[in-house]
Design a protein around this ligand. Sequence first.
Ligand code: FAD
Length: 397
Amino acid sequence: MTNDTDVLVAGGGPAGLIFSEEAKRSGLEITLLEKKPEIGTPSHCAGLVSINGLYRIGVEPPADCIESVIYGAKIHSPSNHVFEIKSKNPLAYALDRVSFDKFLAKRATSQGVKISLDTEVVHLLKKDDLIGFQSSDGNVLHSKMAVSSEGITGHLLEEAGLQSISRSSCVPALQFEVCDVDIDEHIVQIFFGRKYSQNFFAWIIPTGKNGARVGLASNEQNNLEKLNLFVKDKLNSPLKRSELSGIITLGGPIKRTCSDGFLAIGDVCGQTKPTTGGGIVTGGICAKIAAKAVKVAIEKNRTNCGELKKNYEKKWRKELGGEFSHMLMARRVLNNLSDKTLDRIFKTIIESDISKDIAESSDMDFHSDAIERIFKNSLKGRIIYLVTKDVIKNLFT
Ligand SMILES: Cc1cc2nc3c(=O)[nH]c(=O)nc-3n(C[C@H](O)[C@H](O)[C@H](O)COP(=O)(O)OP(=O)(O)OC[C@H]3O[C@@H](n4cnc5c(N)ncnc54)[C@H](O)[C@@H]3O)c2cc1C
């Protein structure tokens, strides 16, 4: 049987598009199938991406994707103790995710990646060395390797013999695009506390021209009610332009991300930051590593799991595994803190120099430096005591 292409990719979000472009550049033939009729729509993202991170994945978004340049963040405790991280240099962009994904798709197609829209991959066909996708239009395509970058709704991993991400680590999110708001255009705001969110936080991301994306993720059922309350409390009921919902995955990566002739990248395998739910940069880093691994595997004609493990799984874990573990630990601690304890920690941070320390190390993608600064500070004992007390209380009650 002849192959239709070297690599088949399911899913045209950032991870799939970055992978495809990079793999095509290395000389492989790539066909990407995307179930939606248009790349990027509807958006399911707040679009906050660090500039360092974009640099790291080699993506320079054009001006028309950038809605606002972000220089810092204001972090609010449940009772509104606030500390601010502010830099002289731009730290992040608020991106228009629809335009951004379209930009990534254009980059990929201009290299020669074939994108088939409105085509859902319904089955992964795997027998001996044969790999294929069966799509919703009834067609079957064959290739040397297959990649899933299906995002949170992906279902091909199980057919590839891999575990899916745990649904219990997924948190539903809701977001409004609003206009006519009076906020600092360069500062994002994060709000902790159970009034608006259980197990995550609420956010305000300025999008320029008096606009903002306002959202929250929470494990409770009443996100719409909570978001309406949040918007009324913080922004005095501005004009709502649109609404979106989505799922944020916070459980970290799954145990295995490749099998014979197959690998997974991005949200579908939990390569998403457990602290903030951001996945564009981390998924992009893994996509680039995956592209190199696939090239080597196809060139050597060794697409078995062992080879992919060596060149993909081990390499992305070496690059990001430590960060994911740190963030997972911080997420677990945060989920177990009461509002009262959070308030006390914020007060401690504000009254000490730690907030200045955090500001100095405010790399938005790689939080472990900031986390270490908190835990290594001389106030460590006090904070850990408060945190631990809460964690233990929550474990046994
Ligand atoms: C409310 C919200 C806010 C967020 N805010 C941020 C943020 O500010 N910054 C940040 O970095 N991250 C953010 N994220 C996370 C970010 O959106 C994801 O990490 C990122 O989109 C993951 O990229 P991906 O390519 O892995 O998956 P996706 O972007 O989900 O892309 C997957 C694609 O695959 C397609 N697909 C799925 N199944 C199939 C199939 N079987 N066949 C064909 N196509 C298929 C889907 O239609 C989709 O286009 C947010 C998420 C949510 C829900």
